[in-house]
Design a protein around this ligand. Structure first.
Ligand code: C5P
Length: 312
């Protein structure tokens, strides 16, 4: 009988350092300009793979999330590798759900990165990226990590260089925002005249000229209207000394980035767990190191995506 190969990986959350929605596209998705950033808040995922003819996928999930994206990710990955086998997963959620932190997407991307390594197959980045896009608009970003500009549906990615280490606070008030509904609410407000301005001021963000044009998230307008408490969180973060405070994704989490650590501790104390988390921004270098370390027993060298040592 074959014995399983297993790993435990951390699936990091993301924040959007800027997010503009330009308009609805013919395929029903919206055209975006965004800056993705991985942060240190993470779920924990254990994956074990045992070769076999039949595909069997099992998930033990601390929250029993129905139709979990990790199961779909494992099924897609097995199909793409043209193999069967038993995939046993254990997921411990720490990233709040429905909060715009990309937790489910990150968990799914973690399966796409780890399973081929355990199964001894090669799926290159374009192949993984295609699977990621089938799973959701944010999944592709977690194949890259660090700081990246996302355009189109959010799946066309342009890596930005690693920036200085920065820390902050993510406040997740427990409000679950339905992303599709948030897009529907925002859509009627999008006009073609505003597009040019948005593209211009987004560009300024990417170039780091934040004084001339502050970062923004277009969803704040609609989501803050429905959940007034979120605007209050943003104000409170700014009062606590955050240099930037912004909602992430379609909400509901709001993050603040702080110039000094003492203020972070003070802000955290005033909220307390589990609604507020200290986070640091995770660069692409750190993201890859984290992955290489987690998979080192099963990989050869430091390539990206990680390559299996069992691949023939
Ligand atoms: O791709 P994902 O499944 O994460 O998206 C959830 C929903 O959000 C989509 O069904 C779509 O309604 C909306 N969406 C959008 N434009 C995007 C991303 C998501 O309209 N760029």
């Amino acid at each position: 009988m074959n014995s399983p190969r297993s790993v435990r990986v951390r699936a990091l959350a993301k924040i959007n350092l800027d997010l503009r929605v330009l308009g609805k596209r013919p395929d029903g998705y919206h055209e975006l300009r965004t800056i993705f950033q991985t942060v240190s808040l993470a779920d924990s995922l254990e994956i074990a793979f045992t070769p076999g003819r039949k595909a069997v996928i099992e998930l033990a999930d601390s929250l029993a999330i129905p139709d979990n994206l990790v199961v779909r990710a494992a099924r897609l990955a097995l199909q793409a590798m043209h193999i069967g086998g038993r995939v046993e997963m254990r997921l411990v959620k720490r990233i709040p759900m429905g909060a715009g932190l990309g937790g489910g997407s990150s968990d799914a991307a973690a399966v796409l990165l780890a399973l081929p390594v355990l199964a001894g197959r090669r799926l290159d980045l374009p192949a993984l990226s295609e699977l990621a896009q089938q799973l959701g608009s944010d999944v592709t970003f977690f194949l890259l990590g660090g700081t990246a500009v996302g355009i189109g549906r959010g799946t066309e990615l342009f890596p930005l260089p690693d920036g200085a280490a920065r820390s902050g606070v993510v406040v997740a008030p427990g409000v679950h925002v339905d992303t599709a509904q948030a897009y529907r609410d925002l859509s009627p407000r999008l006009t073609s005249e505003s597009q040019e301005n948005k593209i211009f001021s987004f560009q300024a963000q990417v170039w780091g000229r934040s004084v001339a044009s502050p970062p923004r998230n277009d969803f704040e307008e609609v989501v803050f209207q429905q959940h007034g408490g979120l605007a209050a969180i943003k104000r409170r973060l700014l009062r606590a000394g955050a240099s930037v405070a912004l909602m992430t994704g379609s909400g509901s989490a709001v993050f603040g980035l702080f110039p000094d650590r003492n203020r972070i501790s003070a802000a955290l104390q005033s909220w307390g767990a589990p609604t507020a988390f200290r986070v640091s921004l995770v660069s692409r270098t750190r993201y890859r190191r984290m992955w290489w370390r987690a998979l080192q027993e099963h990989t050869t060298g430091r390539t990206w995506p990680p390559q299996s040592r069992y691949a023939r």
